[in-house]
Design a protein around this ligand. Sequence first.
Ligand SMILES: Nc1ncnc2c1ncn2[C@@H]1O[C@H](COP(=O)(O)OP(=O)(O)OP(=O)(O)O)[C@@H](O)[C@H]1O
Ligand SMILES: [Mg+2]
Length: 442
Amino acid sequence: MRLSRYFLPVQKEVPSEAQIVSHRLMLRAGMIRQEAAGIYAWLPLGFAVLEKIKQIVREEMNRAGAIEMLMPTLQPSELWKETGRYEAYGPEMLRIQDRHERELLYGPTNEDMITEIFRAYVKSYKALPLNLYHTQWKFRDETRPRFGVMRGREFLMKDAYSFDLDAAGARKSYNRMYVAYLRAFSRMGLKTIPMRAETGPIGGDLSHEFIVLAETGESGVFCHQDLLDMPIPGEDTDFDGDLEPIVQQRTALYAATEDVHDQARFEKEVPPEKRLSARGIEVGQVFYFGTKYSVPMKAVVTGPDGKDVPIEGGSYGIGVSRLVGAIIEASHDDKGVIWPDAVAPFNVAVVNLRSDDAAVSSACETAYDQLQKAGLDVLYDDTADRPGAKLSTLELIGIPTLLVIGPKGLKAGVVEVKDRRTGVTEEMPLEAAIARCARKGS
Ligand SMILES: Nc1ncnc2c1ncn2[C@@H]1O[C@H](COP(=O)(O)OP(=O)(O)OP(=O)(O)O)[C@@H](O)[C@H]1O
Ligand SMILES: [Mg+2]
């Protein structure tokens, strides 16, 4: 992408209601625009990050055996009446009437709809286990939308739903999602800790929230320090195998959100120097809820003995749009965002320090072309702005690697490769710089 043709409305000033750093930086970097309270337009730079996160989540869900589909944002009220959630959800649910006075709602979650789909088609235990997921916009009419995309009213969620014949099978499905979540968040450069959590309106009796520690987080959390340094299950993890040891290695150590926290147990189980009490951002949650939806909605399958049994279910959410803010909270400095490579909107920016110099422009074009051919997302700053202004914009928007080409260096046969995170700049010949950037970004 040539910056001269891109749409990157960076801002100097941001509204004073932007209280936390990720919200301020997303506005300054021209990533989002608020259209109504808690409702945002995703501008090109923000959208690019959102898509990268969505793709990582998709890859890890697929690896764990979940199957992607897409359900609508609007749902008929009848489904929610069957489960009793139409009344129970209260004012957080956005209720809509169509021209025929039919009651619709903008889905805050999809347990009811997926259960309806499941029961329409699946009749035998032989089709189990089954896990279906989608990534779709949700609406929750939060009392206080705030912190930008962290607590929006309209937000993008990946939600998966598992169906099993019995509780033991459901536990395996739960473990698969638990491990997939560890992998997905880690690929985005985030350290997350699964913590025992309240189940809220989704229901059920087993649940973990995946928490990113951050001072600006909305949840109070308590855990064993060692949970911060646990190994992440590798790409070769066998999702059909026994994942219980991986899950138990973590659940053996105390970790709870404030809603379920037990101070006496915390003090008994965790030595004083290992006690961590902090604030955190919930980026995902997994629930096992058994037959909470299958019983009222009669989602039954015929078991091996020929008898009908209601399926055992779980649901698994990831806040895809919230993650954009959470990653910034975890990775920024006073100059701006520092994207981890895997979610960066562009892997590399080629910076032309003298766009009116033919030799410089030609070297930039070569770099731009070759890096794109190497499969990277490249931003080429071909504008006529001052070098200082260019660099500060590219630092603000957090591009991990800058390839800076100017007339002086070029005469001496070198260009600069600058790392956003470390600030370290290295000089080398153009070909070496291209090879270096290609390696880093891939
Ligand atoms: N208002 C929101 N804005 C952005 N993301 C959200 C919002 N509400 C929930 N999410 C994200 O969707 C994921 C799954 O939804 P879930 O039903 O668990 O949310 P929740 O527990 O009600 O969230 P919270 O406690 O933050 O209100 C959450 O882990 C979170 O990352
Ligand atoms: Mg939750």
